[in-house]
Structures are given as structure tokens and as C-alpha cells.
Design a protein. Structure first.
Ligand SMILES: [Zn+2]
Length: 414
């Protein structure tokens, strides 16, 4: 019983809901062993001096289901970023992982490696050579020659190569298969059309199911979204409803119905789209007409995401940090964007705890305050379930039962 800790606070969000009344969370080493109302905890664990966080909420550590740790998020051009050696990108990944953890993200899913950098990073964290969150890895995302993120070295030319790469990343320890199903921000790729034939999408799902792992698809057009859902993908990333000419609607009802029916998790990455807008506003750069157009498109997408939430589609928070001008440590900006889209705060908190844990097949370990789960916690001042922006600052981060103390100096978000 030596390892027992008893944490208590004014409010608790357990991953599903706000608990009624004060509760105690009992930790034994790296595990949560009990979550009890105060009076019951007094009886059962009265002998343990409680650690009390006055005016705070205890919640599960956040899960960020979509990030790119090897990317700086400082607006660098792709040629500059990917012109760097892997050793530099590994250090970039380490710094980003630290920032994530300090911000309260205790489980970080990386959706875009180059070569095997993130596997090395995770190994370094696991053997104690580096400090970082739990890492869920996709390895290299599959793409086509000169397609989106080709510079991550996951180019495949046919079904046999797609299957081979899928097997390779799983053999290296990937937890999820990521495929760039449509083009994207990479110059020369086409965001408005699928990159792969349906047969390759199906082959990817088959390989992942064989390995017992989930699948995630980067998509930004209607045809591609319908195809990946039909093929059986578990997570739709971005999911912006463009037609083949690039016209954007907020919602494609057919895709939404399919997603609902198939139990697809929706990762809309609303903040990364807005990070460009905010960057333009802050720096006073860019054409005002372009800015207005970007804002209008963002509002349209946000409205579509709200409608999908209301239909019952699980909306999960993955920030796409590292991309564009979206720096690490700002996962909360995605939560803010989801609230601004019209999703209630408590649902957004579930969308960054239990729901992404489920989507990634990690809910047996993380995502909620429940006995048997890992003691990954974030303690936030005030009531983040009423004001989501409070998640911008963690009063305390606990990873596997240990307090994370990284100082605040390198977290620079306002
Ligand atoms: Zn991404």
C-alpha cells in the first residue's frame, strides 16, 4: 500500500461526464485503482493523506489523436523542413513531445513519420532516455508518387507496395495505419480528388485488421470521404467536403449518414485551418479578400462538424500540430475550435479523452478516470467543462502516476 496516492479536487470530469460531488482518485503506482465519492474515500482510504487541488478539476490526461512531431509548426516550407536530416527531425520530435506533455497531452498520436524517426523517439521515451507522453504511432503515411506528404517517404505505387508498407510499419510497432487518401497541402498534390483506387483502400483496411489495428485516412473531398468510409476506415481526418473542383460545402449528408452507420470517428482538425487565419491576422499579412474567404470557409466547415456531432458521430480532437503555423503545446486550440463550432464543452472534453482513446484502440489503458486505467491525469484550475480555454494551462500533469515537472518556460500560447 506504500505507493498509494489520494488526489481530490472540487470537480472531476471522468472522460464521460462531470462527476456529481467531490470525489477522490486513488492511484497505486502507475495505475488508477479507485474513484470514490469523498465520504466513501474517507472511510476506505482515510489513512492516506490526500493531495487536494482547491478550485480545480481533475480529468484524464488529454489524448491528441493527430499530430506530426517531426514538423516544427513554425510556417516553414516543406522543402526546408524535409531538407533537414533525420537527426534534426528526431530532436524536433523530442521538443514537440515535451511541449505536448507539459500542456496536458499524456497520449499523443503521431500521424506522419519520416523513415523511422518516431519509433526511435518512442523507444527513447520508453527506455528513459527522453521524457515524453505515451506515443501512438502510424509510422510513414501511405501516399502516391509526388502525392500529399511524399517527403515522409511512404510512397507506394500499387496494391502490392501498399500492403508491403502496411506490413512494414506494423512490424516496426505502428499502432494505426495512416493513409493520405486524398491530396493535401503538399505542393503538386490534389486535395480535391482521391489519390488511390478503392481496391488499395480496401487492401489497407484488410492489412490493418489482420494486424488488429485501426485505420485513419487523410481526406479533403467528398468522393474520397465516401470511399474511405465504404472501405472500412475507422478515423476520418480533416474530412472537409470539397467537390472535385474545390467548392466547399459544410456537410455532405450522404457521407455523414455513412459515417454514423459505420461508427466512424471524425477528426475535423478545425484549429489548424484557423491557425492560418490567426497567423494572417496577427502578422497583418495576406489579402483581406483571401482572409474573408478563409473565414467564411472555416465557418461553413465548423457548422458541418456541429451537425455531425448532433447526429451522434463521435467527433475527436486531433490538432494536426506541427503542420503549417500550428506549433506544439497548443492542443487546447483544437478544443476551443470545436466549442466555437457549437459542440458543448463536456462533449469536447470526451472528444479529447475517452473517444479518441477508443478510436485508437487505447481505451483499455487511457482516456478515463476508472479503476484499472493508467494514472494519466491533467489537473486544471476552474471548470474546463464550462470554459474550455482553461485547458490551455495544466496546473499539474501526471503521467503513469508520476508528476511531470517541466516548468512553463517554453509554453508560449496566448
Ligand atoms: Zn495531419
Amino acid at each position: 500500500m506504500d505507493n498509494l496516492r489520494r488526489l481530490q479536487s472540487d470537480w472531476q470530469f471522468d472522460g464521460y461526464k462531470v462527476l456529481e460531488g467531490r470525489h477522490s482518485i486513488i492511484l497505486d503506482g502507475e495505475d488508477i485503482v479507485d474513484v470514490l465519492p469523498q465520504d466513501e474515500a474517507d472511510q476506505k482510504y482515510g489513512h492516506i493523506e490526500p493531495e487536494t487541488f482547491e478550485g480545480c478539476t481533475i480529468m484524464p490526461g488529454m489524448v491528441n489523436c493527430h499530430a506530426h512531431v517531426i514538423m516544427p509548426g513554425d510556417g516553414s516550407e516543406a522543402e526546408v523542413m524535409f531538407g533537414r536530416d533525420n537527426e534534426i527531425l528526431l530532436l524536433q520530435g523530442y521538443t514537440n513531445a515535451l511541449k505536448s506533455l507539459a500542456s496536458g497531452v499524456t497520449t499523443l498520436a503521431d500521424f506522419g513519420d519520416r523513415d523511422d524517426i518516431t519509433f526511435h523517439l518512442r523507444e527513447a521515451i520508453e527506455c528513459g532516455a527522453a521524457i515524453g507522453p505515451r506515443m501512438i504511432l502510424s509510422g510513414r503515411p501511405l501516399t502516391i508518387p509526388e502525392g500529399h506528404a511524399w517527403n515522409m517517404n511512404g510512397v507506394v505505387r500499387n496494391e502490392a507496395e501498399a500492403r508491403a508498407l502496411a506490413r512494414e510499419v506494423f512490424s516496426k510497432g505502428a499502432d494505426v495505419l495512416k493513409i493520405m487518401a486524398s491530396g493535401g497541402g503538399t505542393a503538386g498534390s490534389d486535395p480535391y480528388n482521391p489519390q488511390f483506387p478503392v481496391s488499395i483502400l480496401e487492401a489497407c483496411v484488410e492489412e490493418a485488421r489482420e494486424a488488429g489495428k485501426p485505420t485513419a485516412a487523410h481526406t479533403s473531398n467528398i468522393q474520397c470521404i465516401r470511399e474511405v468510409i465504404e472501405a472500412g476506415f475507422d478515423i476520418v481526418a480533416h474530412g472537409s467536403f470539397h467537390d472535385s473542383e474545390g467548392n466547399l460545402v459544410g456537410l455532405d449528408p450522404v457521407s455523414a449518414e455513412m459515417a454514423l452507420e459505420r461508427g466512424v470517428y471524425w477528426n475535423p482538425t478545425l484549429a489548424v485551418a484557423r491557425s492560418g487565419i490567426r497567423h494572417m491576422e496577427k502578422t497583418g499579412t495576406g489579402d483581406p479578400e483571401v482572409l474573408a474567404e478563409k473565414k467564411a470557409k472555416w465557418a461553413r466547415r465548423a457548422e458541418g462538424v456541429r451537425q455531425m456531432y448532433e447526429m451522434g458521430i463521435p467527433v475527436i480532437a486531433g490538432s494536426d500540430e506541427g503542420f503549417g503555423t500550428y506549433a506544439f503545446g497548443g492542443h487546447w486550440l483544437e478544443l476551443e475550435a470545436l466549442v466555437d463550432a457549437g459542440i458543448p464543452e463536456d462533449a469536447v472534453l470526451s472528444g479529447t479523452t475517452i473517444l479518441p482513446a477508443r478510436a485508437l484502440g487505447m481505451d483499455h489503458l487511457v482516456g478515463s478516470l476508472e479503476s484499472g486505467k493508467k494514472a494519466d491525469l491533467m489537473i486544471v484550475a476552474g471548470k474546463p467543462f464550462e470554459d474550455i480555454t482553461l485547458t490551455a494551462k495544466a496546473e499539474r500533469v501526471i503521467l503513469a502516476g508520476e508528476d511531470v515537472d517541466l516548468g512553463e518556460t517554453f509554453l508560449d500560447f496566448e
